[in-house]
Design a protein around this ligand. Structure first.
Ligand SMILES: Nc1ncnc2c1ncn2[C@@H]1O[C@H](COP(=O)(O)OP(=O)(O)OP(=O)(O)O)[C@@H](O)[C@H]1O
Ligand SMILES: [Mg+2]
Length: 273
């Protein structure tokens, strides 16, 4: 599926991502962890072609998607939808119109200008919002929603693109623990039910362990760990974060309760209908 080879990004002589290589053979849920400045966002932005790689290649299902331009770039971006820490919604626009923005890549400019959407798309948008448990918010302005609800609107907008991959850059970093759990449960359930690959930059170890099938640890632009949550011991985490013996996992935790729920159970009890 996804094949990344020696991906490198240099900003003014400083290397942000350094020869990163990894393969994803099945649509897994992958967490990327590492301290601030490790290169996590830059990696995701290169995958989505928001930033051009300096060297290296990204290929998806045999197709080279590195450095695409124009229509081909927009097409790739609609196949790997991106979610951001700050939601990136249009605050004064209603929720359903924000979700419909997910179809922009395949719509004519004039239709977008006049906010005209096909009935089918509107139904689909409401269905997706319903699936995320926020259909009743559809007519409200995005800015009137809580952070957790806004992030679910952003996920709905991403799903509107029917993407193969969902890239999430710190999707829960601005949320309280309860909303963080709702949003991560939603991503996990979308992964399991739809078979979409999810790659999420996460700033807490416990979230990566709890929700992901595979964790990639970055340090100074390089991949220093690539394994299962079980292999991510405290010693390994200390190495990824470049911390000393006083490293405490609690410092990277957003946990609100002791949650050792198996992933299948998370999917079952998720807030989605
Ligand atoms: N547009 C840019 N111009 C110059 N330097 C940049 C740019 N974007 C990122 N960098 C640098 O690249 C390095 C990696 O940044 P990046 O944002 O990818 O890290 P990160 O792991 O996402 O960090 P954080 O956890 O704080 O979000 C940092 O040193 C950063 O200053
Ligand atoms: Mg970042």
């Amino acid at each position: 599926m996804l094949h990344i080879t020696e991906l490198t990004k240099t900003f003014n002589g400083k290397t942000a991502v350094n020869k990163v290589s990894f393969d994803v053979k099945q649509p897994k849920m992958i967490g990327v962890i590492g301290r601030s400045g490790a290169g996590k966002s830059t990696l995701l932005r290169m995958l989505n072609c928001l930033t051009t790689a300096s060297t290296g290649t990204i290929s998806f299902n045999g197709e080279d998607v590195t450095g695409l331009r124009g229509a081909a770039r927009r097409q790739w971006q609609s196949r790997c939808a991106m979610i951001f820490q700050q939601f990136n919604l249009v605050p004064r626009m209603d929720v359903v119109s924000n979700v419909l923005h997910g179809t922009l890549n395949r719509r004519a400019t004039w239709a977008t200008m006049f906010n005209l959407y096909p009935q089918d798309d509107i139904h689909k948008a409401i269905e997706i919002l319903d699936r995320l448990g926020i259909a009743e918010q559809a007519p409200k302005r995005a800015e009137a929603l809580s952070g957790g609800q806004q992030q679910r609107v952003a996920i709905a907008r991403a799903l509107m693109q029917d993407p193969d991959i969902i890239l999430a850059d710190e999707p829960i970093a601005s949320l309280d623990p309860m909303n963080a759990q709702i949003v991560m449960d939603a991503l996990r359930r979308i992964h399991e039910e739809d078979g979409r690959m999810v790659i999420a930059n996460l700033h807490t170890l416990d979230t990566a362990r709890r929700y992901c099938d595979r964790v990639i640890g970055m340090r100074d632009g390089r991949v220093v760990f690539d394994g299962t949550p079980d292999q991510l011991t405290t010693g390994v985490a200390r190495d990824i974060y470049g911390a000393g013996a006083d490293f405490s996992e609690a410092a990277t935790s957003t946990q609100i309760e002791t949650l050792d729920r198996p992933k299948a159970e998370i999917a079952k009890t998720a807030a989605l209908v």
